[in-house]
Design a protein around this ligand. Structure first.
Ligand code: MN
Length: 128
C-alpha cells in the first residue's frame, strides 16, 4: 500500500517510518500542506494519508483538498494529532478526515491500527 505521511516534525516522521517498516508499505512524506498537495498530484494516489494537523498550511487544508478531488475519493485520511480537546474529533471528521489517532503515538498499537484502516478501505466498508 502507498501511504502519504504529512508531518513537519522530523522525529515524528522517523517514528512512523520505523513503526510501519515491517509491513513493507511505500511511505511518501511531506512536511507542509503545500508539499502534501503536490505529492497528491503524483499517480497513483496514496491509499492512506496520515495527517498531522499542526503544520505549515494546516493539516485540515490537506483533508479539504482530498475531499474536493473526485480522483482522490478512495483516499482515506487519518488525522494524527496531540490536540484532544472536547469536540476536536468531530471537527476533524467534519473537515474530511475519516479517523483520528491521538499523539503521542502508541508504539505497541499504531502499526496494527494502520493495517486495520487500510483493510477497511479495501473492503470499501464503513468509515467511522
Ligand atoms: Mn506538527
Amino acid at each position: 500500500m502507498k501511504i502519504l505521511h504529512v508531518e513537519d516534525n522530523e522525529l515524528n516522521r522517523k517514528l512512523v517510518r520505523v513503526l510501519l517498516a515491517p509491513a513493507g508499505h511505500e511511505i511518501v512524506e511531506a512536511e507542509s500542506a503545500g508539499e502534501a498537495i503536490e505529492k497528491l498530484r503524483e499517480a497513483p494516489p496514496p491509499d492512506l494519508v496520515l495527517l498531522d494537523i499542526s503544520l505549515p498550511g494546516g493539516g485540515l487544508t490537506v483533508a479539504a483538498h482530498v475531499r474536493s478531488r473526485p480522483e482522490l475519493s478512495g483516499v482515506k485520511v487519518v488525522a494524527l494529532t496531540a490536540l484532544a480537546m472536547r469536540g476536536d474529533r468531530e471537527r476533524f471528521l467534519a473537515a474530511g478526515c475519516d479517523e483520528y489517532i491521538s499523539k503521542p503515538l502508541d508504539a505497541r498499537t499504531f502499526a496494527s491500527r494502520v493495517e486495520e484502516l487500510l483493510l477497511r478501505r479495501n473492503n470499501g466498508s464503513e468509515s467511522v
